[in-house]
Design a protein around this ligand. Sequence first.
Ligand SMILES: Cc1cc2nc3c(=O)[nH]c(=O)nc-3n(C[C@H](O)[C@H](O)[C@H](O)COP(=O)(O)OP(=O)(O)OC[C@H]3O[C@@H](n4cnc5c(N)ncnc54)[C@H](O)[C@@H]3O)c2cc1C
Length: 509
Amino acid sequence: MDSPNTPAAQIRKVVIAGGGTAGWLAACALSNQFRDRLDITLVESEQIGTVGVGESTVPPIRTFHRFLQIDEQEFLRAVAGTFKLSISFENWRRPGERYIHPFGITGQGTWAAAFHHFWLDSLRRGMPSELGDFCLETLASRGDQFSLQSQPQVNYAYHFDAGLYAKYLRRIAEGYGLRRVEGKIREVRQRADDGAVQALVLEDGQVIEGDLFIDCTGFRGLLIEQTLGTGYEDWNEWLPSDRAVAVQTESVGPPVPYTRAIAHEAGWRWHIPLQHRVGCGLVFSSRHMSDDEARAKLLRDVGAPAIRDPWLVPFRTGRRLKAWNKNVVALGLASGFIEPLESTSIHLAISAVVRLVQLFPFDGIASSLVELYNEVSRAEMEHVRDFIILHYHATQRDEPMWKACREMPLPDSLEIRLRAWRERAHAWQDPDELFRVDSWTHVMLGQGIQPGPPHPLARALADDDLRKLLDSIRQPIERAVAGMPSQQAFIDRYCKAGPEVWGNRPVPR
Ligand SMILES: Cc1cc2nc3c(=O)[nH]c(=O)nc-3n(C[C@H](O)[C@H](O)[C@H](O)COP(=O)(O)OP(=O)(O)OC[C@H]3O[C@@H](n4cnc5c(N)ncnc54)[C@H](O)[C@@H]3O)c2cc1C
Protein backbone atom coordinates (compact mmCIF):
# COMPACT_ATOMS: atom_id res chain seq x y z
CA MET A 1 0.00 0.00 0.00
CA ASP A 2 0.93 3.62 -0.53
CA SER A 3 3.17 5.32 1.99
CA PRO A 4 4.38 8.95 1.77
CA ASN A 5 7.84 7.86 0.56
CA THR A 6 7.16 5.08 -1.91
CA PRO A 7 5.45 5.51 -5.26
CA ALA A 8 2.35 3.33 -5.45
CA ALA A 9 2.12 0.66 -8.12
CA GLN A 10 -0.39 1.56 -10.78
CA ILE A 11 -3.46 -0.63 -11.14
CA ARG A 12 -4.10 -1.92 -14.65
CA LYS A 13 -5.02 -5.61 -14.34
CA VAL A 14 -8.20 -6.39 -12.45
CA VAL A 15 -9.26 -9.95 -11.68
CA ILE A 16 -12.79 -10.71 -10.52
CA ALA A 17 -13.01 -14.05 -8.72
CA GLY A 18 -16.56 -15.42 -8.96
CA GLY A 19 -19.42 -15.03 -11.40
CA GLY A 20 -22.56 -14.86 -9.31
CA THR A 21 -24.68 -11.71 -9.25
CA ALA A 22 -21.92 -9.76 -7.45
CA GLY A 23 -19.17 -10.81 -9.87
CA TRP A 24 -21.17 -9.89 -12.95
CA LEU A 25 -22.36 -6.61 -11.44
CA ALA A 26 -18.73 -5.66 -10.84
CA ALA A 27 -17.77 -6.85 -14.31
CA CYS A 28 -20.47 -4.71 -15.96
CA ALA A 29 -19.74 -1.56 -13.99
CA LEU A 30 -15.95 -1.68 -14.36
CA SER A 31 -15.96 -2.61 -18.03
CA ASN A 32 -18.66 -0.02 -18.80
CA GLN A 33 -16.60 2.76 -17.22
CA PHE A 34 -12.99 1.70 -17.65
CA ARG A 35 -12.69 -0.75 -20.55
CA ASP A 36 -10.07 1.44 -22.25
CA ARG A 37 -7.93 1.78 -19.13
CA LEU A 38 -8.13 -1.63 -17.49
CA ASP A 39 -7.56 -5.22 -18.46
CA ILE A 40 -10.41 -7.07 -16.67
CA THR A 41 -10.77 -10.86 -16.29
CA LEU A 42 -13.53 -12.77 -14.51
CA VAL A 43 -12.97 -16.33 -13.30
CA GLU A 44 -15.90 -18.54 -12.40
CA SER A 45 -16.59 -22.20 -11.93
CA GLU A 46 -19.74 -23.75 -13.33
CA GLN A 47 -18.94 -26.82 -11.27
CA ILE A 48 -19.26 -24.80 -8.02
CA GLY A 49 -22.22 -22.73 -9.24
CA THR A 50 -23.85 -19.77 -7.53
CA VAL A 51 -25.95 -19.44 -4.38
CA GLY A 52 -29.07 -19.56 -6.62
CA VAL A 53 -31.22 -17.13 -4.63
CA GLY A 54 -31.49 -13.32 -4.55
CA GLU A 55 -34.46 -12.44 -6.70
CA SER A 56 -36.10 -9.48 -4.97
CA THR A 57 -34.61 -5.98 -5.19
CA VAL A 58 -35.01 -2.35 -4.08
CA PRO A 59 -35.58 0.71 -6.32
CA PRO A 60 -32.00 2.05 -6.63
CA ILE A 61 -31.25 -0.90 -8.94
CA ARG A 62 -33.04 1.13 -11.64
CA THR A 63 -30.52 3.96 -11.32
CA PHE A 64 -27.69 1.46 -11.70
CA HIS A 65 -29.33 0.01 -14.78
CA ARG A 66 -29.61 3.52 -16.23
CA PHE A 67 -25.85 3.98 -15.75
CA LEU A 68 -25.38 0.81 -17.77
CA GLN A 69 -27.91 2.02 -20.37
CA ILE A 70 -29.98 -1.10 -19.89
CA ASP A 71 -33.24 -1.11 -21.79
CA GLU A 72 -35.94 -1.98 -19.23
CA GLN A 73 -38.24 -3.92 -21.53
CA GLU A 74 -35.44 -6.02 -22.99
CA PHE A 75 -34.08 -6.65 -19.49
CA LEU A 76 -37.43 -7.74 -18.03
CA ARG A 77 -38.06 -10.10 -20.93
CA ALA A 78 -34.64 -11.65 -20.49
CA VAL A 79 -34.97 -12.28 -16.74
CA ALA A 80 -38.72 -13.12 -16.65
CA GLY A 81 -39.03 -10.10 -14.38
CA THR A 82 -42.02 -8.66 -12.56
CA PHE A 83 -42.52 -5.36 -10.74
CA LYS A 84 -42.18 -4.89 -7.01
CA LEU A 85 -43.95 -2.00 -5.26
CA SER A 86 -43.67 -3.12 -1.67
CA ILE A 87 -43.21 -5.97 0.78
CA SER A 88 -46.26 -7.51 2.39
CA PHE A 89 -45.39 -8.45 5.97
CA GLU A 90 -47.75 -11.12 7.21
CA ASN A 91 -48.01 -12.54 10.74
CA TRP A 92 -45.20 -10.34 12.07
CA ARG A 93 -46.84 -8.31 14.78
CA ARG A 94 -49.21 -11.17 15.56
CA PRO A 95 -50.40 -14.19 13.54
CA GLY A 96 -53.24 -13.15 11.22
CA GLU A 97 -52.12 -9.50 10.83
CA ARG A 98 -50.57 -7.91 7.77
CA TYR A 99 -48.98 -4.59 6.90
CA ILE A 100 -47.36 -3.24 3.76
CA HIS A 101 -43.94 -1.61 3.60
CA PRO A 102 -44.19 0.33 0.33
CA PHE A 103 -41.55 1.99 -1.81
CA GLY A 104 -42.18 5.60 -2.77
CA ILE A 105 -43.35 8.59 -0.85
CA THR A 106 -46.18 8.58 1.66
CA GLY A 107 -48.16 11.82 1.84
CA GLN A 108 -46.56 15.18 1.76
CA GLY A 109 -44.81 16.69 4.75
CA THR A 110 -43.42 20.13 5.33
CA TRP A 111 -39.81 21.10 5.61
CA ALA A 112 -40.00 20.81 9.40
CA ALA A 113 -42.44 17.96 9.98
CA ALA A 114 -42.81 14.68 8.10
CA PHE A 115 -46.25 13.72 6.80
CA HIS A 116 -46.89 11.03 9.38
CA HIS A 117 -47.14 13.72 12.11
CA PHE A 118 -50.15 15.24 10.32
CA TRP A 119 -51.67 11.83 9.77
CA LEU A 120 -51.17 10.82 13.42
CA ASP A 121 -52.84 14.01 14.54
CA SER A 122 -55.78 13.36 12.21
CA LEU A 123 -56.36 10.04 13.99
CA ARG A 124 -56.29 11.79 17.34
CA ARG A 125 -59.01 14.13 16.02
CA GLY A 126 -61.22 11.23 14.95
CA MET A 127 -60.55 11.26 11.18
CA PRO A 128 -60.02 7.55 10.47
CA SER A 129 -57.69 6.33 7.71
CA GLU A 130 -54.62 4.17 7.24
CA LEU A 131 -51.18 5.62 6.56
CA GLY A 132 -51.04 3.50 3.39
CA ASP A 133 -54.08 5.37 1.99
CA PHE A 134 -51.66 8.20 1.25
CA CYS A 135 -49.17 6.11 -0.69
CA LEU A 136 -49.61 5.21 -4.36
CA GLU A 137 -47.49 2.06 -4.08
CA THR A 138 -49.56 0.73 -1.16
CA LEU A 139 -52.84 1.26 -2.96
CA ALA A 140 -51.56 -0.34 -6.16
CA SER A 141 -50.20 -3.28 -4.12
CA ARG A 142 -53.58 -3.82 -2.48
CA GLY A 143 -55.21 -4.09 -5.92
CA ASP A 144 -52.40 -6.08 -7.61
CA GLN A 145 -52.09 -3.23 -10.12
CA PHE A 146 -49.21 -1.64 -11.95
CA SER A 147 -48.54 1.02 -14.54
CA LEU A 148 -45.64 3.22 -15.57
CA GLN A 149 -47.94 5.92 -16.88
CA SER A 150 -49.57 6.96 -13.60
CA GLN A 151 -49.43 10.47 -12.19
CA PRO A 152 -47.96 10.63 -9.53
CA GLN A 153 -45.37 8.16 -10.85
CA VAL A 154 -44.70 4.86 -9.16
CA ASN A 155 -41.47 4.02 -7.41
CA TYR A 156 -40.64 0.37 -7.92
CA ALA A 157 -38.04 -2.36 -8.05
CA TYR A 158 -37.97 -5.79 -9.69
CA HIS A 159 -38.32 -9.48 -9.02
CA PHE A 160 -36.20 -11.56 -11.39
CA ASP A 161 -34.69 -14.97 -11.98
CA ALA A 162 -31.20 -14.84 -10.41
CA GLY A 163 -29.66 -17.25 -12.91
CA LEU A 164 -31.08 -15.34 -15.88
CA TYR A 165 -29.92 -12.04 -14.38
CA ALA A 166 -26.31 -13.25 -14.09
CA LYS A 167 -26.48 -14.44 -17.72
CA TYR A 168 -27.89 -11.08 -18.82
CA LEU A 169 -25.13 -9.14 -17.05
CA ARG A 170 -22.54 -11.51 -18.49
CA ARG A 171 -23.72 -10.73 -22.03
CA ILE A 172 -23.33 -7.01 -21.36
CA ALA A 173 -19.87 -7.33 -19.81
CA GLU A 174 -18.59 -9.62 -22.55
CA GLY A 175 -19.96 -7.11 -25.07
CA TYR A 176 -17.62 -4.56 -23.50
CA GLY A 177 -14.70 -6.90 -24.07
CA LEU A 178 -14.38 -8.46 -20.60
CA ARG A 179 -12.50 -11.77 -20.62
CA ARG A 180 -14.21 -14.70 -18.85
CA VAL A 181 -12.23 -17.73 -17.76
CA GLU A 182 -14.00 -20.95 -16.78
CA GLY A 183 -12.24 -22.88 -14.05
CA LYS A 184 -11.93 -23.67 -10.38
CA ILE A 185 -9.44 -21.63 -8.36
CA ARG A 186 -7.08 -24.08 -6.67
CA GLU A 187 -4.66 -21.68 -5.03
CA VAL A 188 -4.39 -18.00 -4.23
CA ARG A 189 -0.76 -16.90 -4.57
CA GLN A 190 0.47 -14.07 -2.35
CA ARG A 191 3.37 -11.66 -2.76
CA ALA A 192 6.28 -12.48 -0.46
CA ASP A 193 6.90 -8.89 0.64
CA ASP A 194 3.49 -7.61 1.77
CA GLY A 195 1.15 -10.59 1.58
CA ALA A 196 -1.04 -8.95 -1.08
CA VAL A 197 -2.58 -11.27 -3.65
CA GLN A 198 -0.45 -11.83 -6.74
CA ALA A 199 -2.28 -14.46 -8.79
CA LEU A 200 -5.02 -17.07 -8.89
CA VAL A 201 -3.95 -20.56 -9.89
CA LEU A 202 -6.69 -22.66 -11.50
CA GLU A 203 -7.07 -26.43 -11.34
CA ASP A 204 -5.96 -26.74 -14.96
CA GLY A 205 -2.70 -24.91 -14.12
CA GLN A 206 -3.59 -21.50 -15.59
CA VAL A 207 -2.10 -18.62 -13.58
CA ILE A 208 -4.09 -15.39 -13.64
CA GLU A 209 -2.08 -12.44 -12.35
CA GLY A 210 -3.55 -9.12 -11.31
CA ASP A 211 -2.91 -5.79 -9.59
CA LEU A 212 -6.33 -5.62 -7.93
CA PHE A 213 -8.57 -8.60 -7.08
CA ILE A 214 -12.30 -8.45 -6.50
CA ASP A 215 -13.47 -11.30 -4.32
CA CYS A 216 -16.97 -12.34 -5.40
CA THR A 217 -16.62 -15.97 -4.35
CA GLY A 218 -19.71 -15.84 -2.14
CA PHE A 219 -19.79 -17.05 1.46
CA ARG A 220 -16.42 -18.78 0.95
CA GLY A 221 -14.55 -15.46 0.77
CA LEU A 222 -11.70 -17.32 -0.90
CA LEU A 223 -9.39 -14.30 -1.09
CA ILE A 224 -10.62 -11.91 1.59
CA GLU A 225 -10.97 -14.55 4.35
CA GLN A 226 -9.42 -17.88 3.42
CA THR A 227 -6.28 -16.14 2.13
CA LEU A 228 -6.03 -12.80 3.97
CA GLY A 229 -7.81 -13.85 7.19
CA THR A 230 -9.57 -10.49 7.40
CA GLY A 231 -12.05 -11.41 10.15
CA TYR A 232 -15.83 -11.27 10.49
CA GLU A 233 -18.20 -9.50 12.87
CA ASP A 234 -21.11 -11.79 13.68
CA TRP A 235 -24.59 -10.28 14.22
CA ASN A 236 -26.34 -13.47 15.24
CA GLU A 237 -26.99 -12.06 18.73
CA TRP A 238 -29.57 -9.71 17.12
CA LEU A 239 -30.57 -11.64 14.01
CA PRO A 240 -31.18 -15.26 15.00
CA SER A 241 -31.91 -16.74 11.55
CA ASP A 242 -28.90 -18.61 10.19
CA ARG A 243 -30.27 -20.94 7.51
CA ALA A 244 -32.68 -20.98 4.63
CA VAL A 245 -34.21 -23.71 2.57
CA ALA A 246 -35.16 -22.52 -0.92
CA VAL A 247 -37.41 -23.97 -3.60
CA GLN A 248 -38.99 -22.91 -6.88
CA THR A 249 -42.64 -23.60 -7.62
CA GLU A 250 -45.06 -23.29 -10.47
CA SER A 251 -47.13 -20.11 -10.59
CA VAL A 252 -50.71 -20.87 -9.70
CA GLY A 253 -52.01 -17.34 -10.31
CA PRO A 254 -50.99 -13.99 -11.72
CA PRO A 255 -47.92 -12.43 -10.02
CA VAL A 256 -48.59 -9.93 -7.24
CA PRO A 257 -46.57 -6.69 -7.42
CA TYR A 258 -44.88 -7.25 -4.07
CA THR A 259 -42.68 -9.69 -2.21
CA ARG A 260 -44.42 -11.59 0.57
CA ALA A 261 -42.57 -12.08 3.87
CA ILE A 262 -44.60 -14.37 6.10
CA ALA A 263 -43.45 -14.87 9.67
CA HIS A 264 -43.59 -18.34 11.25
CA GLU A 265 -42.70 -19.70 14.66
CA ALA A 266 -38.92 -19.69 14.07
CA GLY A 267 -38.30 -17.23 11.22
CA TRP A 268 -40.16 -16.30 8.04
CA ARG A 269 -40.91 -17.39 4.49
CA TRP A 270 -40.39 -15.47 1.24
CA HIS A 271 -42.60 -15.63 -1.83
CA ILE A 272 -41.24 -13.90 -4.94
CA PRO A 273 -43.48 -14.13 -8.02
CA LEU A 274 -41.77 -14.12 -11.44
CA GLN A 275 -43.38 -14.40 -14.84
CA HIS A 276 -42.68 -18.10 -15.24
CA ARG A 277 -42.44 -19.42 -11.67
CA VAL A 278 -42.30 -18.40 -7.98
CA GLY A 279 -39.17 -18.29 -5.84
CA CYS A 280 -39.90 -19.43 -2.29
CA GLY A 281 -37.82 -20.05 0.78
CA LEU A 282 -38.00 -20.55 4.50
CA VAL A 283 -35.57 -18.54 6.62
CA PHE A 284 -35.12 -19.99 10.09
CA SER A 285 -33.08 -20.14 13.25
CA SER A 286 -31.34 -23.52 13.59
CA ARG A 287 -31.64 -23.19 17.36
CA HIS A 288 -35.43 -23.32 17.02
CA MET A 289 -36.07 -25.48 13.94
CA SER A 290 -34.27 -28.42 12.33
CA ASP A 291 -33.43 -28.63 8.63
CA ASP A 292 -35.92 -31.46 8.14
CA GLU A 293 -38.71 -29.53 9.87
CA ALA A 294 -37.94 -26.46 7.75
CA ARG A 295 -37.95 -28.42 4.49
CA ALA A 296 -41.23 -30.14 5.33
CA LYS A 297 -42.84 -26.90 6.46
CA LEU A 298 -41.76 -25.06 3.31
CA LEU A 299 -43.16 -27.71 0.99
CA ARG A 300 -46.38 -27.77 2.98
CA ASP A 301 -46.82 -23.99 3.03
CA VAL A 302 -45.91 -22.96 -0.54
CA GLY A 303 -49.25 -24.18 -1.89
CA ALA A 304 -47.97 -25.03 -5.39
CA PRO A 305 -46.05 -27.89 -7.03
CA ALA A 306 -42.26 -27.60 -6.69
CA ILE A 307 -40.32 -27.54 -9.97
CA ARG A 308 -36.96 -28.44 -8.42
CA ASP A 309 -35.79 -30.04 -5.22
CA PRO A 310 -35.39 -27.73 -2.22
CA TRP A 311 -31.82 -26.77 -1.36
CA LEU A 312 -30.33 -25.65 1.94
CA VAL A 313 -28.40 -22.39 2.31
CA PRO A 314 -26.63 -21.95 5.67
CA PHE A 315 -25.50 -18.37 6.30
CA ARG A 316 -23.91 -16.19 8.93
CA THR A 317 -25.32 -12.71 9.33
CA GLY A 318 -22.58 -10.14 9.80
CA ARG A 319 -19.89 -8.19 8.00
CA ARG A 320 -16.31 -8.65 6.96
CA LEU A 321 -14.19 -6.45 9.23
CA LYS A 322 -12.62 -4.81 6.17
CA ALA A 323 -14.40 -5.08 2.83
CA TRP A 324 -11.18 -3.80 1.24
CA ASN A 325 -7.98 -5.39 2.56
CA LYS A 326 -4.60 -4.93 0.82
CA ASN A 327 -5.33 -5.35 -2.91
CA VAL A 328 -8.54 -7.35 -2.41
CA VAL A 329 -12.02 -5.81 -2.44
CA ALA A 330 -14.78 -8.19 -1.34
CA LEU A 331 -18.20 -7.74 -2.91
CA GLY A 332 -21.53 -9.48 -2.42
CA LEU A 333 -21.72 -12.38 0.01
CA ALA A 334 -17.91 -12.39 0.38
CA SER A 335 -18.16 -8.97 2.08
CA GLY A 336 -20.90 -9.93 4.53
CA PHE A 337 -24.55 -10.79 4.61
CA ILE A 338 -27.65 -9.40 6.23
CA GLU A 339 -30.48 -11.83 5.96
CA PRO A 340 -32.83 -11.19 3.04
CA LEU A 341 -35.88 -9.78 4.85
CA GLU A 342 -35.76 -6.37 3.10
CA SER A 343 -34.01 -7.66 -0.07
CA THR A 344 -30.93 -5.50 0.46
CA SER A 345 -28.01 -7.72 -0.50
CA ILE A 346 -27.91 -7.02 -4.24
CA HIS A 347 -28.37 -3.35 -3.45
CA LEU A 348 -25.40 -3.41 -1.09
CA ALA A 349 -23.31 -5.08 -3.80
CA ILE A 350 -24.33 -2.41 -6.33
CA SER A 351 -23.64 0.38 -3.89
CA ALA A 352 -20.19 -1.09 -3.18
CA VAL A 353 -19.42 -1.45 -6.90
CA VAL A 354 -20.38 2.19 -7.49
CA ARG A 355 -18.16 3.22 -4.57
CA LEU A 356 -15.28 1.23 -6.04
CA VAL A 357 -15.78 2.83 -9.46
CA GLN A 358 -15.73 6.26 -7.85
CA LEU A 359 -12.63 5.60 -5.72
CA PHE A 360 -10.88 3.38 -8.26
CA PRO A 361 -7.15 3.32 -7.41
CA PHE A 362 -5.64 3.82 -10.88
CA ASP A 363 -2.56 5.47 -9.42
CA GLY A 364 -2.05 2.90 -6.69
CA ILE A 365 -3.83 1.87 -3.53
CA ALA A 366 -3.80 4.84 -1.14
CA SER A 367 -4.59 4.03 2.48
CA SER A 368 -7.00 7.01 2.61
CA LEU A 369 -9.14 5.44 -0.13
CA VAL A 370 -9.20 2.11 1.62
CA GLU A 371 -10.20 3.65 4.95
CA LEU A 372 -12.89 5.76 3.34
CA TYR A 373 -14.28 2.79 1.43
CA ASN A 374 -14.34 0.58 4.52
CA GLU A 375 -15.90 3.22 6.73
CA VAL A 376 -18.75 3.91 4.32
CA SER A 377 -19.31 0.17 3.83
CA ARG A 378 -19.51 -0.36 7.58
CA ALA A 379 -22.02 2.47 8.14
CA GLU A 380 -24.18 1.32 5.23
CA MET A 381 -24.41 -2.24 6.51
CA GLU A 382 -25.08 -1.22 10.10
CA HIS A 383 -27.98 0.95 9.00
CA VAL A 384 -29.57 -1.94 7.13
CA ARG A 385 -28.84 -4.26 10.06
CA ASP A 386 -30.70 -1.97 12.48
CA PHE A 387 -33.72 -1.80 10.19
CA ILE A 388 -33.90 -5.59 9.99
CA ILE A 389 -33.47 -6.00 13.75
CA LEU A 390 -36.48 -3.71 14.19
CA HIS A 391 -38.69 -6.31 12.46
CA TYR A 392 -37.47 -9.13 14.68
CA HIS A 393 -37.58 -7.14 17.90
CA ALA A 394 -40.93 -5.37 17.71
CA THR A 395 -43.43 -8.21 17.65
CA GLN A 396 -45.99 -9.58 20.03
CA ARG A 397 -45.56 -13.20 18.94
CA ASP A 398 -45.05 -15.53 21.84
CA GLU A 399 -42.89 -18.38 20.45
CA PRO A 400 -39.45 -18.74 22.14
CA MET A 401 -37.45 -17.22 19.26
CA TRP A 402 -39.64 -14.13 19.04
CA LYS A 403 -39.80 -13.74 22.79
CA ALA A 404 -36.00 -13.78 22.96
CA CYS A 405 -35.84 -11.12 20.20
CA ARG A 406 -38.29 -8.91 22.03
CA GLU A 407 -36.23 -9.09 25.21
CA MET A 408 -32.73 -8.77 23.71
CA PRO A 409 -30.60 -5.64 24.25
CA LEU A 410 -30.51 -3.59 21.02
CA PRO A 411 -27.59 -1.81 19.34
CA ASP A 412 -27.39 1.77 20.70
CA SER A 413 -28.01 3.18 17.22
CA LEU A 414 -31.40 1.44 17.04
CA GLU A 415 -32.31 2.03 20.66
CA ILE A 416 -32.14 5.81 20.25
CA ARG A 417 -34.25 5.73 17.08
CA LEU A 418 -36.97 3.78 18.81
CA ARG A 419 -36.91 6.13 21.79
CA ALA A 420 -37.29 9.16 19.47
CA TRP A 421 -40.36 7.45 17.99
CA ARG A 422 -41.89 6.48 21.29
CA GLU A 423 -41.24 9.85 22.92
CA ARG A 424 -41.89 12.29 20.05
CA ALA A 425 -43.03 10.31 16.94
CA HIS A 426 -39.76 11.12 15.16
CA ALA A 427 -38.46 8.63 12.57
CA TRP A 428 -34.99 10.03 12.22
CA GLN A 429 -32.74 9.43 9.22
CA ASP A 430 -29.25 10.35 8.11
CA PRO A 431 -29.00 11.75 4.58
CA ASP A 432 -27.27 8.73 3.01
CA GLU A 433 -29.48 6.01 4.47
CA LEU A 434 -31.23 3.56 2.16
CA PHE A 435 -34.36 3.34 4.30
CA ARG A 436 -36.02 6.74 4.60
CA VAL A 437 -38.45 8.19 7.15
CA ASP A 438 -41.42 6.61 5.38
CA SER A 439 -39.90 3.13 5.57
CA TRP A 440 -39.20 3.40 9.27
CA THR A 441 -42.68 4.82 9.90
CA HIS A 442 -44.53 2.07 8.04
CA VAL A 443 -42.54 -0.67 9.71
CA MET A 444 -42.66 0.78 13.24
CA LEU A 445 -46.42 1.24 12.99
CA GLY A 446 -46.89 -2.12 11.27
CA GLN A 447 -44.94 -3.88 13.99
CA GLY A 448 -47.05 -2.16 16.63
CA ILE A 449 -44.68 0.38 18.19
CA GLN A 450 -46.78 3.23 19.54
CA PRO A 451 -45.50 6.72 18.64
CA GLY A 452 -45.38 9.65 21.05
CA PRO A 453 -47.27 12.91 20.45
CA PRO A 454 -46.96 14.29 16.89
CA HIS A 455 -45.17 17.50 15.95
CA PRO A 456 -46.70 20.79 17.27
CA LEU A 457 -47.02 22.06 13.68
CA ALA A 458 -49.47 19.25 12.95
CA ARG A 459 -51.35 19.87 16.18
CA ALA A 460 -51.70 23.57 15.33
CA LEU A 461 -53.55 23.04 12.04
CA ALA A 462 -57.31 23.77 12.05
CA ASP A 463 -59.53 20.69 11.51
CA ASP A 464 -60.72 21.94 8.12
CA ASP A 465 -57.23 22.65 6.88
CA LEU A 466 -56.03 19.25 7.99
CA ARG A 467 -58.95 17.54 6.26
CA LYS A 468 -58.27 19.49 3.05
CA LEU A 469 -54.58 18.59 3.19
CA LEU A 470 -55.35 14.89 3.55
CA ASP A 471 -57.96 14.93 0.77
CA SER A 472 -55.60 16.77 -1.58
CA ILE A 473 -53.08 13.97 -1.16
CA ARG A 474 -55.40 11.00 -1.15
CA GLN A 475 -57.67 11.85 -4.07
CA PRO A 476 -55.07 12.02 -6.88
CA ILE A 477 -53.61 8.74 -5.65
CA GLU A 478 -57.02 7.04 -5.69
CA ARG A 479 -57.66 8.37 -9.22
CA ALA A 480 -54.24 7.19 -10.41
CA VAL A 481 -54.72 3.68 -9.04
CA ALA A 482 -58.28 3.43 -10.37
CA GLY A 483 -56.84 3.84 -13.87
CA MET A 484 -54.12 1.20 -13.51
CA PRO A 485 -54.32 -2.21 -15.17
CA SER A 486 -53.49 -5.37 -13.30
CA GLN A 487 -49.76 -6.09 -13.15
CA GLN A 488 -50.35 -9.18 -15.34
CA ALA A 489 -52.06 -7.09 -18.05
CA PHE A 490 -49.24 -4.56 -17.90
CA ILE A 491 -46.56 -7.24 -18.21
CA ASP A 492 -48.36 -8.90 -21.13
CA ARG A 493 -48.19 -5.61 -23.00
CA TYR A 494 -44.81 -4.32 -21.88
CA CYS A 495 -42.29 -7.05 -21.21
CA LYS A 496 -43.64 -10.57 -21.58
CA ALA A 497 -40.84 -13.13 -21.63
CA GLY A 498 -40.63 -15.39 -24.65
CA PRO A 499 -40.67 -19.18 -24.94
CA GLU A 500 -36.89 -19.35 -24.45
CA VAL A 501 -37.60 -18.36 -20.81
CA TRP A 502 -40.90 -20.14 -20.31
CA GLY A 503 -39.64 -23.40 -21.74
CA ASN A 504 -42.49 -25.88 -21.72
CA ARG A 505 -43.89 -24.66 -18.42
CA PRO A 506 -47.61 -23.78 -18.41
CA VAL A 507 -48.39 -20.05 -18.49
CA PRO A 508 -50.51 -19.15 -15.41
CA ARG A 509 -53.79 -17.39 -15.98
C1 LIG B 1 -31.41 -17.32 1.52
C2 LIG B 1 -30.98 -16.12 0.75
C3 LIG B 1 -31.93 -15.31 0.14
C4 LIG B 1 -31.53 -14.16 -0.54
N1 LIG B 1 -32.48 -13.33 -1.09
C5 LIG B 1 -32.09 -12.14 -1.61
C6 LIG B 1 -33.02 -11.23 -2.15
O1 LIG B 1 -34.22 -11.50 -2.23
N2 LIG B 1 -32.57 -10.05 -2.62
C7 LIG B 1 -31.25 -9.71 -2.60
O2 LIG B 1 -30.90 -8.59 -2.98
N3 LIG B 1 -30.34 -10.60 -2.15
C8 LIG B 1 -30.72 -11.78 -1.66
N4 LIG B 1 -29.78 -12.65 -1.22
C9 LIG B 1 -28.37 -12.37 -1.45
C10 LIG B 1 -28.01 -12.66 -2.90
O3 LIG B 1 -28.30 -14.01 -3.19
C11 LIG B 1 -26.54 -12.37 -3.14
O4 LIG B 1 -26.22 -11.08 -2.69
C12 LIG B 1 -26.23 -12.41 -4.61
O5 LIG B 1 -26.71 -13.59 -5.19
C13 LIG B 1 -24.74 -12.31 -4.83
O6 LIG B 1 -24.10 -13.49 -4.49
P1 LIG B 1 -22.55 -13.61 -4.81
O7 LIG B 1 -22.36 -13.31 -6.24
O8 LIG B 1 -21.81 -12.78 -3.82
O9 LIG B 1 -22.22 -15.14 -4.48
P2 LIG B 1 -22.54 -16.52 -5.27
O10 LIG B 1 -23.83 -16.46 -5.99
O11 LIG B 1 -22.33 -17.59 -4.26
O12 LIG B 1 -21.40 -16.61 -6.37
C14 LIG B 1 -20.09 -17.02 -6.04
C15 LIG B 1 -19.32 -17.24 -7.32
O13 LIG B 1 -17.98 -17.57 -6.99
C16 LIG B 1 -17.59 -18.71 -7.73
N5 LIG B 1 -16.57 -19.44 -6.98
C17 LIG B 1 -16.54 -19.75 -5.66
N6 LIG B 1 -15.43 -20.47 -5.36
C18 LIG B 1 -14.74 -20.58 -6.52
C19 LIG B 1 -13.52 -21.22 -6.88
N7 LIG B 1 -12.77 -21.89 -5.98
N8 LIG B 1 -13.12 -21.15 -8.15
C20 LIG B 1 -13.85 -20.48 -9.10
N9 LIG B 1 -15.01 -19.87 -8.82
C21 LIG B 1 -15.46 -19.92 -7.55
C22 LIG B 1 -18.88 -19.51 -7.90
O14 LIG B 1 -18.79 -20.41 -8.97
C23 LIG B 1 -19.85 -18.36 -8.19
O15 LIG B 1 -19.76 -18.00 -9.55
C24 LIG B 1 -30.16 -13.83 -0.59
C25 LIG B 1 -29.21 -14.67 -0.02
C26 LIG B 1 -29.60 -15.80 0.66
C27 LIG B 1 -28.56 -16.67 1.28
